[in-house]
Design a protein around this ligand. Structure first.
Ligand code: ATP
Ligand code: MG
Length: 407
């Protein structure tokens, strides 16, 4: 797309009302805009990144049998009373209709909707197992929303729910989800920095697991076994003070951002909604559930926290809003190369604006598109290419650039 057509423009100055680095860079680049604390609009460039993350997550969910659905965000009070969470859920947004005086919840998570829904379709062992997921906006009345996309009051989550006959089946699927999550985090560029972390399982399971991206700006404290790249969350370090994998007690205190969480719910929600199935002998049993979240919008913030320099963002290729940022400088025209790239289906942002080279380079660094291609009177029929992540430039022919981007 042509940058002159782009709805947003970049800004030099950091927004005054943002503390978090991810928000400062994303607002400056025009990826997102803050409406109020913890609530952001996703603008054309930002939505492209979100869509790329969603695509990766969706593909990995489908690999493990997930069927995609979309559940309502507006929930009746009754479902939340049924599980006791109308009172117990501390970040619940509740409100009352002015007309009917009915009370509602803006969904912070969806067990209260999916369990009664599953009851309409799962009756016997032949209907199990089932795996349902959605990518949906969630609402939570978070006390502190100062970390940009890392902690929203409105945010995007992928939530998967699984339904099983017995513990063995739930355990096996839980392992599978772990693998899928590892693939997701590897594909978005966070594989090496994201560690499986043992966390409290609540009353119904010994542990749950979080995926923590190790980051100085993360809000969680974890204890890392550097050998196994496995960690223990601070909340359970007293009962689990050694590496759960190798027994090493020399754990390193690190900060982490929780990008995903997997949980064996067992019968916690099947019980209140009487979600049962008939086994082969005709006996009724409670269905076992698992739930598995990934913070889609948080992930975008974490990627920025992890991949940037003092000039701006450095997007991993897999999530970048465009593959190449084509700049024309000093009245040279990059139009032919732009058309050729478009024709080959390469996602290209074409800076056709009438601005100085300095301004264009600063924009390219801030926006962080993985490859910069420059056409100027100096490139003499060729094009100068530079990866956002490195300082070395190289002059190649148009054909060579196209060849590299198409293969
Ligand atoms: P946290 O401890 O960070 O509040 P949580 O344990 O409440 O997270 P879950 O309820 O398990 O989170 O939600 C699943 C995923 O959704 C989390 O792993 C995280 O990536 C993301 N998430 C949770 N709360 C927020 C939020 N306020 N803003 C953005 N993402 C969030
Ligand atoms: Mg929370």
């Amino acid at each position: 797309m042509k940058q002159s057509d782009l709805f947003t423009k970049t800004t030099k100055n950091s927004p005054k009302d943002e503390e978090a680095l991810n928000a400062r860079l994303l607002v400056r680049g025009g990826f997102v805009q803050k409406l109020m604390a913890g609530v952001y609009s996703f603008l054309p460039l930002g939505l492209r990144v979100i869509r790329n993350i969603e695509k990766i997550v969706r593909e990995e969910m489908v690999v493990i049998g997930g069927e995609e659905i979309s559940l309502p965000v507006l929930h009746p009070k009754a479902n939340w009373v049924q599980t006791g969470r109308w009172d117990a859920y501390d970040t619940l947004f509740r409100f009352t209709s002015h007309y009917s005086k009915n009370e509602y919840v803006l969904g912070p998570t969806h067990e209260e909707v999916i369990a009664p829904l599953a009851k309409q379709f799962i009756f016997s062992y032949q209907d199990l197992p089932k795996y349902l997921f959605q990518i949906q906006t969630k609402f939570r009345d978070e006390k502190r929303a100062k970390s940009g996309l890392l902690r929203g009051r409105e945010f995007l989550m992928k939530d998967l729910y699984s339904f099983h006959q017995d513990d063995a089946d739930l355990d096996a699927y839980y392992e599978k989800v772990q693998g899928a999550y590892q693939s997701v985090f590897a594909r978005v560029g966070l594989g090496e920095d994201t560690v499986l972390t043992f966390a409290s399982g609540g009353s119904f399971s010994q542990y749950s697991h979080e995926f923590q991206t190790l980051l100085p700006s993360g809000e969680d404290t974890v204890y890392l076994c550097e050998k196994c790249r496995v960690a223990v969350n601070k909340e359970i370090i007293k009962e689990q003070s050694a590496c759960p994998s190798c027994g090493n007690t020399d754990l390193q205190e690190r900060m982490g951002a929780e990008v995903g969480n997997i949980f064996k719910l067992k019968t916690k929600y099947s019980a209140p909604f009487e979600l049962r199935y008939r086994n082969e002998k005709g006996e009724m049993h409670e269905i076992l559930m698992g739930c598995y979240g990934i913070g889609i919008s948080r992930l975008m913030g974490v990627i920025v926290e992890r991949f940037h320099d003092d000039k701006g963002i450095i997007w991993p290729e897999s999530v970048a809003p465009f593959r190449v940022h084509l700049l024309e400088l000093n009245s040279a025209s990059a139009k032919d190369l732009y058309n050729a790239l478009q024709e080959k289906g390469v996602d290209v942002l074409y800076d056709d604006t009438d601005r100085s080279a300095g301004e264009k380079f600063a924009d390219a660094d801030l926006l962080g598109i993985p490859l910069r291609a420059v056409i100027s009177p100096k490139t003499d029929g060729n094009v100068e290419v530079k990866s956002r992540a490195s300082d070395t430039t190289e002059v190649v022919s148009h054909e060579e650039l196209i060849r590299r981007l198409v293969s």
